[in-house]
Ligand binder design. Structure first.
Ligand code: ADP
Ligand code: ZN
Ligand code: ZN
Length: 746
């Protein structure tokens, strides 16, 4: 007997090993220790075979079998193999990405016969206070009474947290304890920020008619236990989340698990809170802030069926959800579902695949569907469920006004990018004690530093990218690599001290706005101020109205639901339109509709002011009228005429090297190999390039790209594989990456 093993190495195929009689055959999906070269590594047993592959002279035996039972459900194992095959990536690399238990550290521990990671609780213990249910109501006054009603509503709460709000929480709690109304216990503090605060359990609101129709359709599909896919196409604020929550409850009733993918989990604490409010803490939240131990713990909880619902960003697509019955992809159009390095995969596309293979239901939700999903819906391969209006009765879509920046009068701040109408609208909104979001897709203070004497722009020494000046740190920084240096205040080329800081970033906007509205409480949300849980803190301050004006990058456009935000200002709607990308128009439209959708979600009519130099651009015109259908129809047509995705398939071959000449030569060689191989499938595959990438140099490596394009997947794969197999013949230092269904064209 032999066994195919996925090893964590850049090999396209699994390796075959023999099974020594004493060990017994490993179950597919269990870990095995094998020799690879002169190292010992942990691999995953895929399948048993009777015969070794042809042409292999000597076959090594596996060294050890670690698990008596598989550690990966068969459904997930098959999915991972299929994913590797689809994206033309080594199956072992996918396993390593997906399975926390295949890490290098784990392999070392196994060899050293150390116990594997302790997944028992190691959290800090703190005092929790909790109401004893069904106690008699007594006449208590003051802080003790406030604390008691808080606890009744919120459940067990750390004593220290009560002290944040009530100065005398400690004596008050001991009085309540004496009266037998509360108990105080040492408990483990959840180390995960998503679980730190208690949440109030809530009940589902009465669904609207269109919510009910969508819920019933999904329920029928779940009960039929046949694979089916839906596009939940609802305007912003239409209550898509309620449909998700209902679908999850239905799946759980049928004893099936559910998986929820969201674009950026750090920005959606509110969504997690809503899930906890409905389902309690029986939820695995997977996010990049988890330590290896916590990740492992979440994984184990799912695998041992202690929890059946997982929520997370794109890598949660690999979660071992038991008896998977439902996958939800919220904001399915979001580009962050595509991983852009290492194993390049798209979690949205893989959600459709995994659900289909598992006989599960897949729901893709969006107010602005991607063209790919729209195309599937038009072809009837996913079923469209519509939520045409906002869920709350009083809430209407905001009015959108356009300001032509070429003609508009400047506001009193003097900055040409804050027009008079925008300035006035901010003023009025603040007067009404309502909140403002200002969106600008550029972080830092000034996006370019230009010498007034010689005209030189400060560039990153490692990339073909201009450096951005950040005033808070006094640095100029490259937004594509980690390069940064102190801002010297003179030109490196001609030594002139006349340098100007050009353009507007969020930092500068914050400064300008704060000076224009000195009484307002201004906060900023972008990647410079908000990593991980800090983003949640800033959003919480906006929600509790400790902030009047929130300024930020696309982080402010995500699904936030803040009722008192009634004005959204888009400082420059044109930012993304000039990108060399076939999806630039689509992206701009989605971003504008999403950010506009933050306005007027409560009972007060919202207003959006959109500043642009290109008011006739179709993406902008459609966004003004909330005309999603019109936009999709036009864009679908344009893609069809140009034979762009979704009407064709693409593979981007990226070639990079520290040596420009070598890189160019290698790219030429690969393109020639690709062209020669297209003869096999006469004319079915187009080979475009090689050409320097739009960012021609990145992290000190020159970059070229070749774009392969075809109507059908099979011939395209054939050519892509020819290119991949040519890589070992390239000169040293040249690296090739194959990107199947590329999103970024940079
Ligand atoms: P979406 O995800 O579509 O943008 P949400 O699910 O965030 O919308 O819902 C928007 C708001 O409407 C939320 O405050 C939500 O609590 C509320 N809501 C949703 N469904 C209903 C309903 N059936 N009745 C009343 N309010 C609802
Ligand atoms: Zn100069
Ligand atoms: Zn750089």
């Amino acid at each position: 007997m032999f066994v195919e093993v996925a090893v964590p190495a850049p090999l396209t195929h699994a390796l075959t090993y023999g099974i020594p009689p004493l060990l017994g055959a490993p179950a597919p999906g269990s870990r095995v220790l094998v020799e690879l070269g002169n190292r010992k590594v942990l691999g995953l047993a895929l399948q048993l075979t009777e015969r070794p592959p042809a042409g292999v002279a000597q076959i090594k035996n596996i060294v050890d079998v670690l698990d008596a039972e598989p550690i990966v459900p068969p459904e997930l194992l098959r999915f991972l193999v299929e994913l590797a095959n689809y994206y033309l990536v080594p199956v072992g690399e996918v396993m390593k990405l997906a399975l926390p238990t295949l890490s290098k550290g784990e392999a070392k521990r196994v060899q050293a016969k150390e116990p594997t990671l302790q997944v028992k609780s190691v959290g800090k213990r703190v005092q929790f206070v909790e109401v004893i249910p069904e106690t008699e109501i007594q006449d208590i006054k003051g802080q003790a009474s406030e604390i008691l009603s808080y606890l009744r509503e919120h459940g067990a709460t750390p004593l220290a947290r009560l002290e944040d709000t009530w100065k005398n929480a400690r004596p008050a709690v001991s009085r309540l304890k004496q009266l037998g109304l509360v108990r105080v216990e040492d408990r483990e503090l959840p180390r995960d920020p998503f679980f730190r605060d208690p949440v109030t359990r809530d009940l589902a609101p009465e669904p609207t008619d269109s919510q009910r129709a969508a819920m019933e359709t999904v329920d029928r599909a779940l009960r039929a236990a046949l694979p089916s896919a839906f596009l939940l196409h609802g305007v912003t604020g239409s209550g898509k989340t309620e449909v998700y929550l209902h679908a999850i409850a239905s799946a759980l009733e049928l004893k099936r698990g559910a998986l929820v993918l969201v674009p950026e989990i750090a920005l959606t604490p509110q969504l997690v809170a809503r899930f906890r409010a409905r389902f309690g803490d029986g939820l695995a939240v997977l996010h990049s802030g988890l330590s290896p131990v916590d990740r492992r713990r979440m994984w184990d909880q799912l695998w041992r069926r202690q929890v059946a619902v997982a929520i997370g960003a794109r890598s949660a697509i690999f979660a071992p959800v038991p008896n998977l019955g439902l996958i939800i992809v919220d904001e399915e159009h979001d580009p962050s579902f595509k991983q852009e390095e290492g194993t390049r995969y798209n979690a949205r596309d893989m959600a459709l695949l995994r659900a289909h293979r598992a006989g599960a239901v897949c729901i893709l939700g969006s107010a602005t569907p991607s063209l790919e999903t729209e195309h599937l819906a038009r072809e009837g391969r996913v079923i469209r469920l519509r939520l045409p209006s906002r869920a709350r009765r009083m809430s209407m879509l905001p009015k959108v006004e356009v300001i032509d920046l070429r003609k508009a009068e400047r506001g009193p701040s003097g900055d040409p990018r804050i027009s008079k109408p925008l300035h006035e609208a901010i003023h009025e909104t603040l007067d009404r004690r309502e909140q403002v979001i200002l969106f600008l897709n550029r972080r830092g203070f000034a996006p370019s530093v230009v010498c007034e004497s010689c005209g030189a722009i400060s560039m990153c020494p490692l990339c073909s990218v201009a450096l951005t000046f950040h005033r808070s740190t006094g640095l100029v920084r490259c937004h594509y690599c980690d390069y940064q240096r102190r801002f010297e205040g003179y030109c490196r080329l001609c030594r002139s001290h006349k340098v100007s800081l050009e353009g507007l970033g969020t930092e500068r906007l914050e400064d300008t706005i704060q000076r224009a509205f000195p009484g307002a409480r201004v906060a900023r949300l972008d990647r410079d101020v908000a990593s991980g849980s800090k983003a949640a803190d800033i959003l919480e301050r906006v929600r509790t109205h400790e902030v009047d004006i929130l300024i930020g990058t696309q982080m402010v456009a995500k699904g936030h639901d803040i009722p008192r935000v009634t004005l959204v200002g888009v400082i420059n709607a044109d930012g993304a339109l000039s990108m060399p990308d076939l999806r630039a128009t689509e992206r701009t439209f989605q971003l504008l509709v999403q950010v506009a959708g933050r306005a007027g979600r409560g009972d007060i009519q919202g207003r959006v002011i959109l500043q642009t130099r290109d008011p006739d651009n179709p993406a902008i015109v459609a966004a003004i009228h909330h005309d999603v259908d019109g936009f999709l129809a036009r864009e679908i047509q344009a893609r069809a005429e140009l034979a762009y995705p979704p009407f064709s398939r693409m593979v981007m071959v990226r070639i990079d090297s520290p040596d420009e000449q070598r890189c160019r030569t290698a790219a030429g060689y690969l393109a020639a190999a690709a062209r020669a191989s297209t003869l096999v499938h006469l004319g079915e595959v187009e080979v475009l390039g090689p050409a320097p990438a739009p960012i021609a140099r990145l992290r000190a490596r020159y970059r070229f790209q070749i774009l392969l394009k075809a109507r059908e997947r099979r011939p395209l794969r054939f050519v892509a594989q020819v290119v991949q197999e040519a890589e070992p013949r390239l000169p040293a230092g040249v690296h090739v990456a194959v990107d199947v269904d590329p999103i970024s064209m940079l």
